[in-house]
Design a protein around this ligand. Sequence first.
Ligand SMILES: Nc1ncnc2c1ncn2[C@@H]1O[C@H](COP(=O)(O)OP(=O)(O)O)[C@@H](O)[C@H]1O
Ligand SMILES: [Mg+2]
Length: 247
Amino acid sequence: MEQPIISLRDVNTYYGESHILQSVSLDVFRGEVVSLLGRNGVGKTTTLQTILGVPSPRSGEIRFKGEIISGIKTSDIVRRGLGWVPQGHRIFPTLSVSENLTLAASRARPGSWTLPKIYDYFPRLQERRNARGDALSGGEQQMLAIARALVQNPDMFLMDEPSEGLSPRLVQEVGDLIKDLNRQGVSILLVEQNLHFALDMADRVLIMNKGAIVFQGKPEQIRTNPLLCGQLLGVSMGKEPRSGLVN
Ligand SMILES: Nc1ncnc2c1ncn2[C@@H]1O[C@H](COP(=O)(O)OP(=O)(O)O)[C@@H](O)[C@H]1O
Ligand SMILES: [Mg+2]
């Protein structure tokens, strides 16, 4: 039986008295790209943050590479090989590109992604290495956010809406990057609002509604199921190929 790289079992997360994640169970197997979809506010970001330990789940079990990680500090979880690309391309705005990357590299696990290799792979970041984070375009910030996670040599990425706010050309670029990293063996749990992008990337798709996983299947099953698209995702397929989800 194939080992999941990450697995959640009956995970319940609260913000104060609000019960957000409702018995969430999911697996991502080694080498997979799994897209986690759902309308705004259903708990996608909370799922990724719960995996990273903040907020910590009130009950349930989270395993990464077979070991329980619930209760472990976020920085230690990252050090074990879980890369985090937060929503809104969050980088350090007052630090330069090179300072952002050097900081991440100083905490990195050993591996093939060194700073020179990162600059090779992202020539635009090399050109912009002295620019401050807040002087970068949205696309450059997203590349930096991904590069910063990558230089830590993760076995798996958690990516929160990497296509958000990017032009179609840059969405394509981020998509090519995700596929390339996946070909190199990185597993990815991808949270998205852009349905077409998410389906293009994914080996498997999960749909979340009101804090629970309500559908698991292949991208094809969603493309051919208007009910799923309409009720759970708030989009109709086929009319507008580049549309995102309606909130
Ligand atoms: N820090 C927080 N404190 C209280 N409630 C929060 C917090 N973050 C998110 N929530 C609530 O949790 C629910 C799920 O949010 P989130 O996981 O961000 O959804 P998504 O990423 O799917 O848009 C929403 O109702 C949101 O208002
Ligand atoms: Mg979110």
